[in-house]
Design a protein around this ligand. Structure first.
Ligand SMILES: [Ca+2]
Ligand SMILES: [Ca+2]
Ligand SMILES: [Ca+2]
Ligand SMILES: [Ca+2]
Length: 375
């Protein structure tokens, strides 16, 4: 704004008085005559200062200038410069103008004065168990190593689902792996292989082996028995040899060593010389064993309960020793005997088992004392 000032005319006091008288005391400026000595007094346009916002005012002839501080513009520095034009903010940030400054309100994922920096969401890395982290805008991705899953690769994948183990094995989950605890008889990563219990074969003496689950069976050849066919069947039991011959067991066979006067596989035939087979017909009774002596025979009555030359005499066991224990009453029978345990405190075939009851024992003691007293 330019101020136009009409300078006041200063007259001599005499002239002012003269004019005053002429105009009845009323002084009219425009009517005043200017003389050559009039003085022009300059006005300070910076007082008061028209400059705003801290600007310095510089007075000039019929003018002034304002020296704005940073951030302001205009004649009087009353205009806030728009620091957001051009927009310094990046990556979608909102710009907020201030005085000789601005602020950027970053969207998520960015930082920096101008939001120019992508935040590294991988520092520190949220990925676990060896996973690689890949930074993104306001995000990250984890590249899991084998065996892990989940956003941060913190979940151990269940390698037992579906269950790879077979034949009743228990599955144990591990990292990108599993173990199968096989039940007996199976092997292999998944327990899929039936162990061949026939390799090597446990079967002996030419037996065939048949593999089974956690087992095997041996098919013995003739003459052998037992789980592994390792037992030579006793072909002398029962004894096939006759007439006192000795039997020698062999594999699925036997030999009879005949006594003099006998021959044949079982020594059943009287040899040359017209010898008599004293055991044919068998003279021994009650399962006695006959032995031809060449000139007669003997009967072995052991364990038969009979005695006598032909095992035909019942033995009276009750008169040979005391087979019944503990006072049992012995009764002889054909080939044996019985014990009557009644009136004893015992049981069993020979009254050998004690079953003494307290009442019985007391009775026995009282009876003994009574007998002692009487005598
Ligand atoms: Ca980022
Ligand atoms: Ca796993
Ligand atoms: Ca097997
Ligand atoms: Ca044999």
């Amino acid at each position: 704004m330019v101020l136009v000032f009409v300078p006041r005319v200063i007259q001599t006091m005499a002239e002012l008085v003269k004019e005053s008288e002429r105009t009845d005391g009323i002084l009219i400026e425009n009517d005043i005559n200017l003389n050559s000595r009039d003085l022009m007094t300059h006005i300070d346009e910076c007082n008061p200062s028209p400059c705003l916002n801290g600007a310095a005012c510089s007075d000039q002839v019929n003018a002034y200038t304002c020296s704005c501080v940073a951030g302001w513009e205009g004649t009087n520095c009353d205009t806030n410069i728009d620091d957001c034009n051009p927009d310094p903010c990046q990556n979608g940030a909102a710009c907020s103008d201030q005085v000789n400054a601005y602020t950027c309100n970053c969207v998520a994922g960015w930082v920096g004065t101008n939001c120019e920096t992508d935040i590294d969401e991988c520092n520190p890395s949220p990925c676990l168990n060896g996973a690689a982290c890949s930074d993104q805008v306001n995000a990250y991705t984890c590249s899991c190593v084998a065996g892990w899953e989940g956003t941060n690769c913190d979940t151990n994948i269940d390698d037992c689902n579906p269950d790879p183990c077979q034949n009743g094995a228990a599955c144990s989950d591990q990292v990108n792996a599993y173990t199968c605890n096989c039940v007996a008889g199976w092997v292999g990563t998944n327990c899929e292989t039936d162990i061949d219990e026939c390799n090597p074969s446990p079967c002996l003496n030419g037996a065939a082996c048949s593999d089974q689950v956690n087992a095997y069976t041996c098919s013995c050849v003739a003459g052998w028995e037992g789980t592994n066919c390792d037992t030579n069947i006793d072909d002398c039991n029962p004894d096939p040899c006759q007439n006192g011959a000795a039997c020698v067991d062999q594999v699925n066979a036997y030999t009879c060593t005949c006594v003099a006067g006998w021959e044949g596989t079982n020594c059943e035939t009287a040899s040359g010389g017209g010898g008599t087979n004293y055991c044919s017909p068998d003279p021994c009774q009650n399962t006695g064993t006959c032995a031809d002596t060449g000139s007669g025979y003997t009967c072995d009555c052991s364990e038969t309960g009979y005695s006598g030359t032909d095992c035909d005499t019942d033995e009276d066991e009750c008169s040979i020793g005391t087979p019944c224990k503990n006072g049992g009453t012995c009764t002889n029978t054909a080939g044996s005997f019985t014990c009557d345990c009644t009136d004893t405190a015992f049981t069993g075939d020979t009254c050998e088992n004690g079953t003494v009851r307290p009442g019985v024992m007391i009775g026995v003691v009282v009876l003994a004392l009574l007998l002692l007293f009487l005598y």
